[in-house]
Write a new protein. Structure first.
Length: 387
């Protein structure tokens, strides 16, 4: 049963439950800002969700709208949003939407008082050391159950013309508040529900398999896997089922909390697919995940057995290796049940793009914590297997 509206903190303050959007005015009043900007995309304008948020705020604070968020936002998108914030002397930023909108809100807030090239703030070079100036607070309001950006310390920005993704990361990018209302996800079409749900599953599974030591995140990751295994099919088949929507939104946040301990090869392979092949991130992860699980079996069978248990597989008296196969097959079955395409070629990826994809994947910051090391040949083979 969907919970009542609840407030808890980990790692930031989370307001969770059906109807939670109604608390937005009180949350904004607490900060007493002189001006608020809602950062979103035109799809949420058309759906009326952005208008709902703005209507809640118009009577209490000067509110502006930036609706220029694009899928896989690039530097131009971030700079346009930052210019809007600067021009309107914005004191509080609201990121409303999927990962693209929330990441744009966070990156634009960073940009206000940080003038260096955005690559200076990338995770692999310890970019948080350079986040020295004030960043206006961000309230993140997710409308998809996938990225978990509402509880994350990073923002992903596409760099052009290099066509690669930069992961900007630092504690200052963590939203002040995550306002999680599962009712906002009920209008998602099945194919987006499916892809974003598989994105959340990939976060939880890769976080658990990551070689970094963080037992707290491990427990959260397994809990996220259980929620997704029990609810994603229902959320796709019955988008108005508020219980399934609530569980998926929780699982999405749990995945992003869990990947504080980093991710793995699926994400390293997925990021170039968005920039080079224009593939939505969640869909890329959904197609790649079982192939990466198979690759990792040689060194991570015992952990994959834990994942199999969380997925609901019968693992009593089953060897870790056999249980790892059960986990991979459960992921394949789930993906098939929610109509995820079986291969990259089915979504327009071409074999002649693989070399360019590998060149980016091999330097992706998620690759070093994959449980089984990857060479360029390994990554080429994984792309080929996923075609």
């Amino acid at each position: 049963m969907a919970p009542m509206i609840s407030t808890f903190s980990f790692p930031n303050r989370i307001i969770f439950g059906p109807g939670a959007l109604s608390q937005l005015p009180d949350l904004v009043r607490e900060q007493a800002p002189t001006s608020v900007c809602v950062v979103t995309d035109k799809g949420l304008i058309d759906a009326g969700i952005a208008t709902r948020a703005i209507d809640l705020l118009d009577s209490i604070v000067t509110t502006t709208l930036f609706d220029g968020v694009t899928p896989n936002p690039d530097i131009a998108c971030v700079e346009a949003a930052a210019s809007h914030l600067r021009d309107h002397e914005t004191a509080l930023v609201i990121g409303l939407g999927g990962g693209s909108a929330m990441d744009t809100a966070k990156a634009a807030a960073l940009r206000l008082n940080h003038d260096s090239d955005l690559t200076r703030y990338e995770i692999q070079i310890g970019g948080d050391r350079h986040m020295t100036e004030a960043i206006p607070p961000v309230i993140a309001i997710p409308t998809t159950a996938g990225t978990g950006s509402e509880v994350g310390r990073s923002a992903v920005v596409t760099l052009r013309p290099a066509n690669r993704k930069a992961v900007l990361c630092g504690p200052k990018l963590l939203p002040l508040i995550a306002l999680c209302d599962p009712e906002l996800t009920c209008g998602l079409p099945p194919h987006i529900t499916a892809a974003t749900g598989m994105d959340a599953l990939t976060h939880n599974i890769e976080a658990y398999l990551s070689t970094a030591f963080h037992p707290v995140c491990d427990a959260i990751a397994l809990g996220g896997v259980r929620r997704i295994a029990q609810n994603l099919r229902t959320a796709v088949q019955d988008g108005q089922n508020i219980d399934a929507r609530s569980e998926m939104l929780l699982a999405s946040s749990m995945g992003a909390i869990a990947f504080q301990k980093d991710l793995g090869a699926a994400h390293a392979l997925a990021h170039p697919l968005s920039t080079i092949a224009d593939l939505p991130h969640g869909l890329a992860n959904a197609i790649l995940l079982p192939h990466v699980m198979t690759y990792n079996k040689a060194v991570a069978a015992s952990r994959l057995k834990d994942i199999a248990q969380a997925l609901g597989c019968p693992t009593d008296s089953v060897s870790p290796e056999s249980a790892a196969d059960l986990a991979t097959e459960a992921v394949r079955s789930l993906a098939a049940d929610i109509d995820i395409p079986k291969g990259l070629s089915a979504v327009g990826v071409r074999a002649d793009q693989i070399s360019a994809l590998v060149a980016q994947a091999i330097v992706d910051p998620n690759l070093p914590t994959n449980p089984r090391p990857c060479t360029e040949t390994d990554l080429h083979d994984l792309y080929t297997a996923a075609m």
